[in-house]
Design a protein around this ligand. Structure first.
Ligand code: BEZ
Length: 268
C-alpha cells in the first residue's frame, strides 16, 4: 500500500481490472445499472459525473438521455477502454476520494453504480466530501452499491476455506447499511431524500464456471496470500459449500443486496 500526492491510500484504487472480462463475462453489472440511471433521471443539458464509470456504458446511457456526462475511474485499463468505445465522451482517470481539482465547473448531479463498495470504509468521508465539492448547491448524488449483507455467504465460504488452511483473509469490500451510510451523507453536507436496502439475487454468467469466474474477477483479494495449488482446492471446496443453495437450473445465483440512495447537496 502506498500514498498518492494527496496522502490518500492507493490500495485497491486500481485493482488491475480486466476490461475484457468486465465487458464479456460480467455485463450484468452495468445492465442492472440502467435502473440506477432511471432513478437519476438525467435531464437534457445537465452536467453529470459518473463515479467509478468502468468501461463507460452507463456514462453513455446517461449521455443518450441528453445530459453532458463525464466518466471518472481509478483504473487506467477501464478508462482506456471507455475512451475507445465512446470517443465523443470525456473520461478522466482519478481517485474518487480526491478528484475536485480535475474539474473547473460544478456538476448538476453525480452518479455511481457498483463502485463505492471498493473504497475502503475509512475513506468514505473523504469520498463524500469530494462528491459534495464537485456538485453545485442543490445538486444530487444518486448511487447504488453493495449493501449490508451483500454476498455474505460467498465471503464466509471463501474465508472459511482459507482459514482451514491457516489463512486469515479480510474482505476487500465495504457494504454499509442505511443506518450507517445516511449519517455519513448528512455529515458530508447532503440531505438524504431516499435510501433503501434490498435483496437482488443475481444470476452469474458462464453456467457451471460462474462462481469461479466471479471470484476471479471480484474476490481475488481474498486469495492473494494463497498458493496456486491451494487456490484450486479452496475454489473446489467453496463450490461444494455453496452449490446446494446457490446453483440452480445450471447457473449460480449470487445473494446480492443493494443500497440505493438519492442525496442532495445542501444549499450552503
Ligand atoms: C457488488 O455488489 O456489485 C459486488 C460487490 C463485491 C464484489 C462483486 C460485486
Amino acid at each position: 500500500m502506498g500514498t498518492d500526492s494527496n496522502g490518500n491510500r492507493e490500495e485497491r484504487a486500481d485493482r488491475g481490472w480486466s476490461a475484457d472480462a468486465y465487458d464479456d463475462d460480467h455485463s450484468f453489472v452495468y445492465e442492472y445499472g440502467e435502473g440506477v440511471v432511471d432513478l437519476l433521471d438525467p435531464a437534457e443539458g445537465e452536467r453529470i459525473l459518473d463515479i467509478g464509470c468502468g468501461t463507460g456504458h452507463l456514462t453513455e446511457a446517461i449521455a443518450e438521455r441528453g445530459a453532458d456526462a463525464v466518466g471518472l475511474d481509478a483504473s487506467a485499463e477501464m478508462i482506456e477502454r471507455a475512451r475507445e468505445s465512446y470517443p465523443d465522451r470525456r473520461f478522466v482517470r482519478a481517485d474518487a476520494r480526491s478528484f475536485a481539482s480535475e474539474f473547473d465547473e460544478p456538476f448538476d448531479a453525480a452518479f455511481s453504480n457498483a463502485a463505492l463498495h471498493w473504497i475502503p470504509e475509512p475513506d468514505h468521508d473523504a469520498t463524500l466530501s469530494s462528491v459534495h465539492d464537485a456538485l453545485r448547491p442543490g445538486g444530487r448524488f444518486v448511487a447504488e452499491l453493495g449493501g449490508a449483507g451483500n454476498v455474505e455467504p460467498f465471503a464466509d465460504a471463501i474465508r472459511s476455506a482459507c482459514a482451514e488452511r491457516g489463512y486469515d483473509v479480510e474482505s476487500p469490500w465495504y457494504f454499509p447499511s442505511v443506518g450507517e451510510y445516511a449519517p455519513r451523507l448528512e455529515s458530508a453536507g447532503f440531505e438524504v431524500r431516499y435510501a433503501t436496502l434490498f435483496d437482488r439475487p443475481t444470476a452469474l454468467d458462464d453456467g457451471e464456471a460462474g462462481l469461479r469466474n466471479w471470484i476471479g474477477m471480484f474476490a481475488t483479494e481474498f486469495l492473494e496470500p494463497v498458493s496456486e495449488t491451494e487456490r484450486d482446492e479452496i475454489l473446489d471446496e467453496v463450490e461444494g459449500m455453496l452449490r446446494g443453495r446457490y446453483f440452480r437450473d445450471g447457473e449460480w445465483v449470487a445473494p446480492y443486496r443493494r443500497l440505493r440512495f438519492v442525496a442532495v447537496r445542501e444549499r450552503r
